[in-house]
Design a binder for this molecule. Structure first.
Ligand code: C2E
Ligand code: CA
Ligand code: CA
Ligand code: CA
Length: 278
């Protein structure tokens, strides 16, 4: 054990040590996960007021050979810390384009969008623009069908650089959604510096929408703001019909959440589309 300061001895508590070892093991496994094809994109439907499918969000899952399905909340932070997120993010983009290629002649999905999550390091990579365009080109995908979800925290540290990259992609027709909107610390002028198409209301606002008056006020403000800025608005984490109706009343007409469908493995998503769509 090491000494830090006067009375502090760390890496002594066995439970802390155990947690650390587990984390390191997971990180070691994560290094092989890409090569071993252990990742999978789950798709969650996005619908309009009439319940028609307009697109989906791709959410990554890690199929660990021993531990089973691991949620992104448990490995994305690790991937970000270790830099592995860049390779994983590239795979997500390529896989999303492969899925989109399979939709080209589909009656319901030919015009649907597929949203993917882009992390800060990915965005900061100098080849981000080229890699994104290349993924689209390889599969012959209409750029407007791939929507990039970015968070406020991912762009605000390097706002000018990010705005420049997004503008380059925008010129090719890609669209952008500001994810988890309302939870960050960005100012309105920061938001306006980015070529956004959509704001995504964070699920924390939706969760207590009916009970919490101040949440209602905030949500209404976000929706009104999106209208003023000419941005599309979508709510995530919609779990009940009452939440959907309340959001509609406030002027939000695009939804994503368990009420409409959970994230599904690709074949399950396609089956869902057959029964719910058209
Ligand atoms: P996110 O982008 O905010 O994604 C929404 C999360 O909410 C997803 O969790 C989704 O499964 C969950 N969700 C959807 N509808 C509902 C609902 O009605 N109720 C509740 N309680 N939850 C709902 P998931 O799939 O575990 O992903 C967690 C986070 O991991 C994502 O949050 C995103 O930040 C990150 N993530 C997922 N896939 C990727 C990826 O490919 N790349 C990167 N960089 N991050 C990813
Ligand atoms: Ca997202
Ligand atoms: Ca989100
Ligand atoms: Ca979130």
């Amino acid at each position: 054990a090491k000494r830090s300061g006067r009375n502090c001895i760390y890496t002594f508590d066995p439970s802390i040590q155990q947690a650390l070892v587990q984390k390191l093991e997971l990180e070691k496994d994560l290094r092989h996960a890409l090569n071993e094809a252990q990742f999978e994109l789950y798709l969650q439907p996005q619908v309009n007021s009439g319940g028609c499918l307009i697109g989906a969000e791709a959410l990554i899952r890690w199929n660990h050979p021993q531990k089973g399905m691991i949620s992104p909340a448990d490995f994305i932070p690790l991937a970000e810390k270790s830099g592995l997120i860049v390779g994983i993010g590239d795979w997500v983009q390529e896989e999303a384009c492969r899925l989109l290629a399979g939709w080209k002649t589909h009656p319901t999905l030919a015009k649907a969008t597929l949203s993917i999550n882009v992390s800060e390091q990915q965005l900061r990579h100098r080849d981000f623009v080229a890699k994104t365009l290349n993924s689209l080109n390889v599969c012959g995908i209409e750029p407007a069908q791939l929507k990039l979800e970015i968070t406020e925290s991912a762009v605000m540290l390097n706002l000018d650089e990010c705005a420049d990259k997004l503008c380059q992609l925008k010129q090719h027709g890609l669209e952008f959604s500001m994810d988890d909107f309302g939870t960050g610390y960005s100012s309105l002028s920061n938001i306006r510096a980015l070529p956004l198409d959509q704001l995504k209301i964070d699920q924390s606002f939706v969760r207590n929408l009916l009970e919490d008056k101040s949440n209602q006020t905030l949500t209404q403000t976000i929706i009104t703001m999106s209208e003023a800025l000419g941005l599309e608005i979508i709510a995530e984490g919609v779990e009940t019909e009452d939440q959907k109706l309340a959001l509609e009343e406030m002027g939000c007409h695009l939804f994503q959440g368990y009420y409409f469908g959970k994230p599904l493995a690709y074949t399950d998503f396609m089956a869902y589309v057959e029964t719910a769509g058209a």
